[in-house]
Design a binder for this molecule. Structure first.
Ligand SMILES: *[C@@H]1O[C@H](CO)[C@@H](O)[C@H](O)[C@H]1NC(C)=O
Ligand SMILES: [Cu+2]
Length: 165
């Protein structure tokens, strides 16, 4: 009994001590229009501040569009290096793991050339310094929310333990 109370207390403390900034903000690219043709993504990005720990969500009908992360040259030329695998689930979540400029284009047809492209500048985290960025940032989807999940799961187990005793 005593040990389960200690466990519950520890779990709740862990859940509460994860700062809100770890959660970041999810940006739905294009808001309710999503990732689509005939949308000005530069205007969309214009009024926003993106921070390390935030996430971009590209939403679109699967196979109609896709998302390619490119460099500044690729952005200008609407080209990705040969062999680049596009994100294509129709609900692509890209965590912003490092500060700097980030470029995204649609790789379907001439979509990029007619404006289906987005460039943003990611700012460093304001509070605690950001953890060292991991190479290959698109592959680390969801990394930034892991600590919060851990704490939540611990809290749930703690509550279950409390109910069972
Ligand atoms: C940037 O992207 C272009 C177009 O895909 C590619 O040819 C070039 O090698 C890339 N440059 C760097 C520095 O990765
Ligand atoms: Cu497209």
């Amino acid at each position: 009994m005593a040990s389960s109370i200690i466990f519950v207390t520890l779990a709740l403390v862990a859940a509460a001590s994860v700062p809100a900034s770890v959660m970041g903000t999810d940006f739905m690219v294009g808001d309710d229009k999503g990732w689509t043709l005939n949308f000005d993504y530069q205007t969309w990005a214009g009024g926003k501040q993106f921070y390390v720990g935030d996430r971009l969500v590209f939403k679109y009908p699967e196979s109609v569009h896709n998302v390619l992360k490119v460099n500044g040259t690729g952005f200008q030329q609407c080209a990705a290096p040969v062999g680049t695998v596009p994100l294509a689930t129709g609900n692509d979540v890209i965590p912003l793991l490092a500060p700097g400029r980030k470029w995204y284009i649609c790789g379907v047809g001439k979509h990029c050339a007619i404006g289906m492209k987005l460039v943003i500048t990611v700012l460093p985290k304001t509070e605690s310094p950001a953890p060292a960025p991991v190479a290959g940032e698109a592959s680390a989807a969801g990394g930034s929310i892991a600590p919060r999940y851990c704490a939540s799961i611990m809290a749930v187990f703690g509550i279950i333990a409390m109910v069972m005793v």
